[in-house]
Design a protein around this ligand. Structure first.
Ligand code: PBG
Length: 333
């Protein structure tokens, strides 16, 4: 019998689970994942973040438990964010010797073996005004201006990175978006004996509405009347992202990040084509919260939506995925 469709058809390779598995082009593995964790003061504290079911603010003892669970599931690394006992105008909790993430890193270095410990290096969780750098308040005629000062912020970020490395961070990940911070941090790390510590730069970080739940969790929203659009990127821009990445690599970044992930898959794909360094993508709080909220209403199948989101990020070209789903996805894998 002459076949009606003599030309090979894609569906032949979709017939069974076994065949589908063999033709699967992109795969996820637990060690692609980095789990973001929020550390807070106290003992036995495990407070769920309202807008992020399944995500907690953890005191150091609980942080260790959570990290160990992730490690057991094969998760590649964790990224620490701090909720300091108090905030001030300068953000001094960021580099304090016994600062909250510094305590966290020391404990995790003792208690875990295989997890890569990433430090988010920024000031916004520690400043009373919630900005990622040093601010200057000015009047421009009748207008009140809050100006985030680029160069004065660099030395503070460098000091913060050194204190994080000292306390046990394996990778420094600056997320502030100041110009020149990768170079400043690299020089400071080298000078203090941490030439071996790599930098993962949040190179293409957009001013996104999808950070909402994170700012809830870390209490880090910029003060009323201001936003981060003077330093984070405009969602309309793609070429600019490649330029940002290029500059950070020139300053010594070892790996780069695109953030958020799903609305920026084109940026991940472009970066993958252009650069040969490891690329991370941050599946951010709002992306997590959206899936969780819809699933709670019975509008989405959580597991399928989660895996589809994560595989898409990987398919676009990300090597590492920062995701609050790291544990849950690893369980399914
Ligand atoms: C700090 C920082 C933010 C996130 C990671 N690092 C928040 C921001 O820029 O406001 C967001 C992560 C998330 O939404 O999951 N600068």
């Amino acid at each position: 019998m002459t076949p009606k469709f003599p030309i090979a058809r894609g569906r032949r390779l979709r017939r069974t689970t076994a065949i589908r598995k063999m033709v699967q082009e992109t795969k996820l593995a637990p060690d692609d994942f980095i789990l973001p964790l929020f550390v807070c003061p106290g003992n036995k504290v495990r407070t769920e973040v309202g807008s992020m079911p399944g995500v907690y603010r953890l005191s150091v003892d609980e942080l260790v438990k959570e990290a160990k669970e992730a490690e057991k599931l094969g998760v590649g690394g964790v990224m620490l964010f701090g909720l300091p006992p108090s905030k001030d105008e300068a953000g001094s909790g960021a580099w304090a010797e016994d600062g909250i993430v510094q305590q966290g890193f020391r404990a995790l270095k003792q208690e875990t073996k295989n997890l890569v410990l990433f430090a988010d290096t920024c000031l916004c969780e520690y400043t009373s005004h919630g900005h990622c750098g040093v601010i200057e308040r000015r009047k421009d005629g009748g207008r009140d201006i809050v100006d985030v000062q680029n160069d004065p912020t660099l030395a503070i970020l460098a000091k913060t990175a050194v204190s994080q490395a000292k306390s046990g961070a394996d990778v420094i990940a600056p997320s502030d978006m100041m110009d020149g911070r990768v170079g400043a941090i690299r020089a400071a790390l080298d000078e203090h004996g941490f030439a071996h510590v790599p930098i993962l730069s949040y190179a293409a970080k957009y001013a996104s509405a999808f950070y909402g739940p994170f700012r809830d969790a870390a209490d880090s929203a910029p003060e009323a009347g201001s936003d981060r659009r003077a330093y984070q990127m405009d969602p309309a821009n793609a070429r600019e992202a490649l330029r940002e990445i290029e500059l950070d690599l020139a300053e010594g970044a070892d790996a780069i990040m695109v953030k958020p992930a799903l609305s920026y898959l084109d940026i991940i794909a472009k970066a993958r084509e252009r650069f040969d360094v490891p690329i991370a993508a941050y599946h951010v709080s709002g992306e997590y919260a959206a899936i969780m909220a819809a699933a709670k209403n019975g509008w989405l199948d959580r597991d399928r939506a989660m895996m589809e989101a994560l595989i898409s990020i990987r398919r676009a070209g990300a090597d590492w995925i920062l995701t609050y789903f790291a544990k849950e996805a690893s369980k399914l894998l």
